[in-house]
Write a protein that binds this ligand. Structure first.
Ligand code: ATP
Ligand code: MG
Length: 140
């Protein structure tokens, strides 16, 4: 197994409920190291670009509205098999289907307000990291 970097967002439903620390703790407990982190408000333009793959889906406008509804915390996570490990600790997209002990099962509100984003491949992780971070902002 290789050391990888993946990209995470703590979504507005979680920052609103003051769960930044709770989410971060669960990521760290899963063996992931936070090597970059910043709290930002993403613009509509950024949200639409970030979720462009979903632009034809019926929930696209709502999703972009939700992602711009409050602050988010964007993070780079590093660790063995980080992409898969993060997806594992996040749990299924719909918290109702997520396994016990996952972030979404324990903390998420709904399929949309599901507390975290995580890259779904190493290739997308690199693209998403570059979308929000300059190389010098990542300190491993
Ligand atoms: P993410 O990309 O945020 O890590 P994911 O990979 O588990 O989540 P995707 O299929 O990529 O799920 O969907 C992106 C996001 O769009 C979801 O996290 C959720 O916030 C929202 N979403 C997905 N499906 C629905 C739906 N049926 N209704 C409302 N929102 C949805
Ligand atoms: Mg996804």
């Amino acid at each position: 197994m290789a050391t990888e970097r993946t990209f995470s967002i703590i979504k507005p439903d979680a920052t609103r409920r003051n769960l930044t620390g709770a989410v971060t703790k669960m990521l760290e407990n899963a063996g992931l190291r936070i090597v970059a982190s910043k709290r930002i408000r993403i613009t509509r333009h950024q949200a639409e670009g970030f979720y462009a793959v979903h632009r034809e889906r019926p929930f696209f406008a709502d999703l972009c509205g939700f992602m711009t509804s409050g602050p988010v915390v964007v993070q780079v996570l590093e660790g063995e098999n980080a992409v898969a490990r993060n997806r594992e600790v996040m749990g299924a997209t719909n918290p109702a289907n997520a396994d016990a002990g996952t972030i979404r099962k324990e903390l998420a509100e709904s399929i949309e307000a599901n507390s975290v984003h995580g890259s779904d491949s190493l290739e997308n992780a690199a693209t998403e990291i570059a979308f929000f971070f300059k190389p010098e902002e990542i300190v491993g």
